[in-house]
Design a protein around this ligand. Structure first.
Ligand SMILES: Nc1nc2c(ncn2[C@@H]2O[C@H](COP(=O)(O)OP(=O)(O)OP(=O)(O)O)[C@@H](O)[C@H]2O)c(=O)[nH]1
Ligand SMILES: [Mg+2]
Length: 452
């Protein structure tokens, strides 16, 4: 049974040997724990050098201990930190001592942050920001996450909510004075305000696609017929011998995924099985996965062997097979003529980049092309505030209600319009956790690890 009145503890640093490890404690027993371990409770917010002793009085470690009196703490409760030397056995000994104490237990994943939320220290979107900061692999992911922790998303959605609430307040006045003559432009003014809000939400949704891509990383898939040189190119791009290369057609069967940091953007490169119709059972599964990877990628590098008899027809056939729209906003296909060292006539198809991993032709240009594409998918500028599908879903819901609200005439049926606005406000409130949040909590906090 987990209860919010329990005192929880967990290792806040990664397991394993290190210079220092930190055990965090939160709950009403925090002061009691420090007294049991060190013999006293240090003054709040001051670091104290203390001897940690076992229940039988043996010295276990010399440690730094801190006490924070709630509500002035990260979780809003009494909390404590014990900075021990980084020995796993020592960490276990102290945690076992804590576990022996009454109403103490190991924290569930994300439980510290969950308590911060319940005690009003964080909004839900800020809690997600913490998870994203810890998970960030690149500078741009970090920048987006710190903005969210700083409350950029709550600020935006609160602004929208306030605008909707003020329109709803005007509608309430219309309901109260239904029989009186109102200025003619009232309905028009409201329609304009609603349209402006709808425009804002639509723009945020469009930019939110970029926010999600920045958070999850840009996916680049290498696709082509067997033997086109995909694995060779992957190995070159990552500077490592990751994928098997051989003259045999059908070498790559499974997806080979490699994560990279390209100019601060998190990018996953995926090498795929060569596409062909007459593949055997295992290879067909590889082909199925290759097509799926191509559909999920924002950028597809479509390799056609420069020796191919009809490169353009091959390109068309491959395009048809992966069935990826070439003109979609966040999805692009770039044809590449590979193994250009093998053909004598250059400029076969002047508009297609020619590359040869063997003699290096076109590789610098390809790097530049990939950089340009990444910039096109994630343009510089103000970072988007919506970064997760969850945010997008709530904003889409709110948008739907606003569109419904627009269909009513505020003078004829102000109450119906007000109801749609209430629903829109409530949908947006779910982003920061202002309303009806219980059902969302498990989902959000379950992705945290223990000690957060
Ligand atoms: N001359 C030349 N040969 C290349 C080049 N790139 C790859 N090759 C050769 O082409 C053959 C196939 O290369 P891979 O990289 O295995 O091709 P693939 O597209 O991954 O093939 P599958 O995994 O079977 O679909 C190998 O023998 C490579 O050495 C190149 O730029 N020039
Ligand atoms: Mg291969």
């Amino acid at each position: 049974m987990t209860s919010r009145s329990d005192t929880i503890f967990a290792l806040a640093t990664p397991p394993g040997k290190s210079a220092v490890q930190i055990i965090r404690i939160s709950g009403p027993g925090s002061a009691r724990a420090l007294r049991a371990l060190t013999g006293y409770v240090p003054a709040p917010r001051y670091a104290h050098y203390a001897s940690i002793q076992s229940p039988s009085g043996e010295l276990i470690d010399q440690a730094l201990v801190l006490f924070f009196k709630g509500p002035a703490s990260a979780t809003g409760e009494d909390t404590a930190e014990i900075h021990l030397h980084g020995s796993p056995v020592l960490g276990r000994m102290v945690m076992e001592m804590l576990d022996e104490m009454q109403h103490f237990r190991l924290a569930d994943p994300g439980e510290f942050t969950r308590r911060s939320f319940f005690n009003g220290k964080l909004n839900l979107d800020q809690a997600e920001g913490i998870a994203d900061i810890i998970d960030a692999n690149t500078v741009s992911q970090h920048q987006q996450a710190i903005k969210q922790l700083d409350g950029a998303l709550s600020l935006k959605t609160d602004g929208w909510r306030q605008s909707m609430i003020s329109i709803a307040a005007e509608l309430a006045a219309l309901i109260d004075f239904a029989d009186e003559d109102l200025p003619e432009d009232v309905a028009q003014k409201m329609a304009d305000q609603l349209q402006a809000l709808i425009g804002d939400l639509e723009l945020a949704l469009t930019k939110g696609q970029q926010g999600m891509i920045r958070r999850d990383g840009i996916k680049i898939a290498l696709v082509g017929k067997p033997n086109a040189g995909k694995s060779t190119l992957l190995n070159h791009l990552i500077g490592d011998d990751r994928a098997i290369v051989s003259p045999e057609a059908g070498t790559t069967r499974d997806l080979v995924e490699v994560a990279m940091d390209i100019n601060g953007v998190y990018v996953t490169l995926t090498d795929t099985a060569g596409l062909r119709q007459d593949a055997g059972l295992v290879e067909s599964e590889g082909v199925r996965r290759a097509i799926k990877a191509a559909k999920e990628a924002q950028l597809v590098l479509l390799l056609v062997d420069a020796n191919d008899h009809g490169p353009f027809a091959t390109y068309q056939a491959l395009l048809a097979e992966i069935d990826v729209p070439t003109d979609a906003n966040n999805q692009r296909v770039i044809p590449l003529l590979s193994k250009s060292d093998l053909i004598k006539t250059q400029g076969l198809l002047p508009e297609w980049p020619m590359i040869s991993v063997k003699d290096g032709q076109g590789l610098a240009a390809l790097d530049q092309l990939i950089n340009e594409q990444i910039e096109a998918i994630l343009p510089e500028g103000e970072a988007p505030v919506l970064t997760r599908q969850r945010h997008m879903n709530h904003v889409k819901d709110a948008l739907g209600y606003l569109q419904d609200a627009c269909r009513h005439n505020p003078q004829e049926s102000p109450e119906l319009m007000a109801e749609d606005l209430r629903l829109a406000v409530s949908a947006l409130g779910r982003i920061s956790g202002h309303v009806d949040v219980e059902d969302l909590l498990d989902h959000i906090f379950s992705s945290f690890c223990i000690g957060k």
